[in-house]
Design a protein around this ligand. Sequence first.
Ligand SMILES: C[S@@+](CC[C@H](N)C(=O)[O-])C[C@H]1O[C@@H](n2cnc3c(N)ncnc32)[C@H](O)[C@@H]1O
Ligand SMILES: [Zn+2]
Length: 314
Amino acid sequence: MKEKLVSYLVCPDCKQSLSLSIVEADGQEIEQGELLCPSCTKSYPIVRGIPRFVSTDAYVKNFSFQWNTHRTTQVDSIAGHSESCKTFQTKTGLTDSELKDKLVLDVGVGTGRFMEVANSLGAEVIGIDLSYAVDAAYLNMGRRVGIHVVQADVFRLPFRSDTFDAIYSIGVLHHTPDTRKAFACLPPLLKQGGTIAIWVYVDAGLYSQRLDRVRALTTRIPQFSLYVMCWLLVPFFRTMRHVPGIKYLAMLVPVSDQGRGLTWDVLDTFDAYSPRYQWKHKEPEVIGWFNGASLKEIQVLSFPVSVRGRKSHA
Ligand SMILES: C[S@@+](CC[C@H](N)C(=O)[O-])C[C@H]1O[C@@H](n2cnc3c(N)ncnc32)[C@H](O)[C@@H]1O
Ligand SMILES: [Zn+2]
């Protein structure tokens, strides 16, 4: 982590500033050390370059595994595509002027693929995640200028109110125990006039129900076994889909078929069947959360359910 990050961080419990003690540094990067809260005397370690505000990856062990196994698959600059850039635009609608020279929070950073996009448009980005995906994000992006990675829980974030010019969260909040409550933690962190954009899974009726029925079984399978099964079953079900007569059988177990290659589809299928929490939502419900947080200029983007809004000036 860079020393500058300390000025943005506070104790998640008492919201007081933290003092830094460095054990090991490599140039501008603090590799090992500690952040101490002088007020409540809690301390938060800096391990492998990342400040850690949680002691375990709790219910997101699947994501720790998934994102460290597929550290680079979806990262534009490393994998040589622009899929994450396109997805970022589609699901947040954040414009260059909303990002350039702004302080931005990426909630549920995963491998850091969207942090890369926001940073390339001129934002200083802090990416947080509950899982050890932060280690993948740090390896991918952590040393870049204007990028910070923090391991923290959305329900207990180490930031002051009115800190960020923009906040986005893509595909994350529905993986927490309570999507609405997780969302409610974010608007207070926005500066007045700041923008928040989220994408959460849509409730797609029968399709979602079918997926949830399969997930009720797959979340009981040890994650490595499930991962191996994905490598075997994704090609199988994708092929079945094109066989007349039995193609409807393939619909019983939906697998990813995005035309971005087998590795991407295996990752996506594991992502669909391994999370403990995976809520689905309808547009009016999400708009209600934005209204409930007194956000203005609420906009629903075309990719369901992507919604953005602005915190009004007092
Ligand atoms: C499907 S991944 C999306 C990652 C990234 N936004 C992307 O699209 O590439 C969901 C992420 O949410 C994170 N997550 C789930 N619950 C969380 C929580 N309570 N606090 C912070 N992150 C959380 C998971 O660890 C995981 O990395
Ligand atoms: Zn404290």
